[in-house]
Design a protein around this ligand. Structure first.
Ligand code: FAD
Length: 294
């Protein structure tokens, strides 16, 4: 099912993200976690893609299972930075042959060892180049793109970031998923600005439950997200107790999602990081809300 149809239902819903294994030996662990999350019947599940190529071959394997074996709408990620046109076209053909209907088109980040590469000969410099390639392939994909309520770390300003975001939507993005954020006001402010800029496609907020203190530093480094004092206090107070931190992190994410639903958002994407117990607890906390009409 195309995600644009999913978003039209108007029901409050959750979707979850999984990431593919780094090696074949951990494939079974990821598969089991994916199956358990799929049993929650989320509105869709996304599968990330390793920009450096390391885990990329497993993205399609996992996405195919989610769709065909577990019967959950699937969003397969694809990155383009530093990839040849031949590789990208092959991945697109493979996705089409596997019956994948939804693709998240991303630029990706270069692995540090490739940072000094000469970029002038690259086929794809930005996600918009991949969106155009997907459209030109003739395959009937529903295409999503990434967006950044707190601006992309490489952007000079939010105005510039939103201008390029509009370019992605105009090139054929039917929906956008946000980077994680920990203060909902940042999202509401961002939504106001992009609507003003003429971006009208559905925006799916991404919420990451922080369930251990070590995750905090990494999450902040990767996303550049602002950490509200309320969240900092929680990590300071409970970070040294794994069980307490997990409970508090799930409660914080639950609270964020309730506020998003209360303010008109219908689907929230949860970055539950291959942890079925985290996905289950969040879903259980929201059991009476999920399925309600917006
Ligand atoms: P772009 O949209 O290309 O933007 C990157 C930067 O370039 C921005 O600063 C933008 O303003 C600027 N820009 C865009 N177009 C132009 C232009 N035409 N001219 C000049 N500047 C321009 N990474 C992975 O490796 N695998 C994943 O599966 C993955 N999934 C993600 C899912 C989500 C929801 C998000 C938010 C991020 C994900 N990422 C993933 C990380 C993502 O690849 C990085 O954030 C990357 O740095 C930017 O990707 P993008 O698609 O947003 O890039």
């Amino acid at each position: 099912m195309k995600l644009t149809q999913v978003f039209q239902s108007g029901k409050l819903s959750l979707s979850f993200e999984v990431f593919p294994p780094k090696t074949g030996s951990s494939f079974e662990t990821v598969r089991t976690a994916t199956e358990e999350i799929a049993r929650l019947r989320p509105s869709f599940m996304s599968v990330t893609y390793g920009a450096g190529g390391g885990t990329s071959r497993y993205t399609l394997d996992i996405a195919r299972k989610i769709k065909h074996e577990y019967g959950v709408p699937t969003l397969a990620h694809l990155t383009c930075v530093s990839s040849t046109r031949e590789t990208v076209r092959q991945r697109i053909a493979d996705m089409e042959a596997a019956g994948i209907e939804n693709v998240m088109a991303l630029r990706g980040d270069l692995p540090p060892e490739m940072a000094d590469q000469d970029r002038s000969a690259w086929h794809y410099r930005y996600a918009v180049d991949l969106i155009r390639e997907l459209r030109e392939s003739g395959a009937d994909f529903c295409i999503g793109g990434a967006c950044y309520p707190e601006i992309h770390p490489e952007s000079a300003s939010q105005k510039e970031d939103i201008r390029y975001l509009k370019e992605k939507v105009d090139a054929g993005c039917s929906f956008l998923t946000t980077q994680m954020f920990f203060d909902n006001h940042l999202l509401y402010n961002f939504l106001y600005k992009i609507r003003e800029a003429g971006i009208t496609v559905p925006v799916i907020p991404g919420v990451m439950p922080i369930t251990n203190a070590n995750q905090v530093e990494r999450a902040m480094r990767l996303s550049g997200s602002f950490m509200p004092q309320r969240f900092k206090s929680l990590v300071d107070r409970f970070g040294s107790s794994p069980a307490a931190m997990k409970q508090a992190g799930i409660a914080y994410a639950t609270d964020q999602i309730i506020d998003l639903f209360a303010n008109g958002i219908t689907n929230v994407h949860v970055y539950s990081m291959n942890k079925p117990d985290v996905a289950q607890k969040i879903q259980a906390n929201l059991s009476d809300l999920l399925g309600m009409n917006a």
